[in-house]
Design a protein around this ligand. Structure first.
Ligand code: NAD
Length: 351
């Protein structure tokens, strides 16, 4: 066995009620003038964070949007400049954390992340920006949040449909980490446990969204899966979801949920150790079918057609997916991609 592993420098504070520690986290980092970021929908939560920060908050920017449009990033940078911010506190899902990263990318301002979904962006150095219908991504240490506060209480209000798709978004990180070219034993352990805890817990949350124990287990699983994403290079699945979200504006977490079983069916035969780990995590012999079945039973979308993709769009997806090379356990051809995407378009695994 050979591997390299590099731990990312970050601090994690986890626990119900940990939101109350925001001011201490800011102080620990020496930050005195934080701009609080959120989506318009989570403004009330941003205001709560601002109150908790007290004098260490210099303003709110509540215009975060999915996939970080460049104009939103620019407006937020300007708000940070005008407020004389020395850092940002991003409270929300991947879109809000992504906005904090976009500010950090050009200004170097440190970010405190307070995730309220299972997307996992807070654990990675990956930034993304969307311009003219194309999403660009890159890696930069400057965008990695310095401190992440995980408070399961903040996920109680995450609607069941979003909890399920966001949970499968996290599972997708772990699945691809297991067969990543830079996989390592510690990442594989995190991935297996992340998948196990999320897939076991999502049905409990669907039955009772207010179950704090389940919310805590799911968020812990999401942290593990996010850490896998941050530690490894993603493959075909993330590439496809990135194109489907960036170019066709399909909802990020739902796309991950629909596509994952089909990429797993394609890749796992070429990644036996990953398949074994997933079989253990899910207690099944058929990992792709199990993933498709659980998400469908929990009411998640089953097909790309349901999300608005048309058969005529496949050529563009395939051409973008083949345009840039990336690691994958199996060689990816146009023919294989068409077959995989057609299956996902029509939900062939759910027949
Ligand atoms: P999101 O951040 O877009 O949130 C979707 C909606 O749910 C928003 O209106 C948000 O305000 C609301 N919401 C979030 N948490 C809530 C809660 N607890 N209760 C009620 N409403 C809540 O969705 P997402 O799936 O978390 O993030 C998707 C984005 O994150 C995409 O742009 C994706 O590319 C990016 N992402 C990036 C990385 C990375 O490493 N860079 C990783 C994962 C996701």
């Amino acid at each position: 066995m050979t591997f390299t592993f590099e731990a990312l420098p970050m601090r994690v504070v986890f626990g119900t009620g940990s939101l109350s520690q925001l001011a201490q986290e800011a102080e620990r980092l020496g930050l005195k003038r934080l701009l609080v970021l959120s989506t318009p929908e989570q403004r009330a939560l941003a205001e709560q964070a601002a109150i908790l920060l007290g004098d260490a908050c210099v303003g709110l920017f509540t215009g975060a949007r999915m996939h970080v449009p460049v104009e939103v990033a620019e407006a937020a940078r300007q708000a940070a400049r005008e407020a004389g911010a020395d850092g940002c506190l991003a409270i929300g899902g991947g879109s809000t954390i992504g906005l904090g990263k976009a500010i950090a990318l050009t200004t170097g301002l440190p970010v405190i992340g307070v995730p309220t979904t299972y997307a996992g962006s807070e654990m990675t150095t990956v930034w993304g920006l969307t311009e003219d219908g194309r999403k660009r991504t890159g890696r930069d240490r400057a965008v990695l949040p310095r401190s992440v506060v995980y408070d399961p209480g903040l996920t109680i209000g995450l609607p069941v449909d979003m909890s399920v798709t966001s949970g499968f978004n996290a599972v997708a990180h772990a699945v691809e980490a297991l067969y990543a070219p830079d996989a390592s034993p510690i990442v594989s352990l995190m991935a297996e446990e992340g998948v196990r805890s999320l897939v076991a817990t999502l049905p409990v949350i669907a039955a009772d969204p207010g179950d704090m124990g389940a919310r805590s287990d799911a968020l812990r699983g999401a942290w593990l899966c996010g850490a896998c994403l941050g530690a490894t290079t993603m493959s075909l699945h993330h590439k496809l979801c990135h194109i489907l979200g960036g170019t066709f504006d399909l909802p990020h977490a739902a796309v991950h949920t629909v596509v994952l079983p089909y990429v797993a069916a394609f890749n796992l035969p070429a990644a036996p150790a990953a398949e074994q780990a997933l079989r253990r995590a899910l207690a099944t012999d058929d990992v792709p079918k199990h993933l498709a079945r659980v998400s469908a039973e929990l009411g998640a979308p089953r097909s790309l057609a349901e999300l608005g993709l048309d058969e005529a769009d496949l050529d563009e997806v395939i051409s973008q997916a083949l345009a840039q090379p990336y690691a994958n356990p199996r060689p990816v051809t146009a023919q294989a991609l068409r077959s995989l995407l057609t299956d996902a378009l029509k939900a062939s695994m759910c027949d």
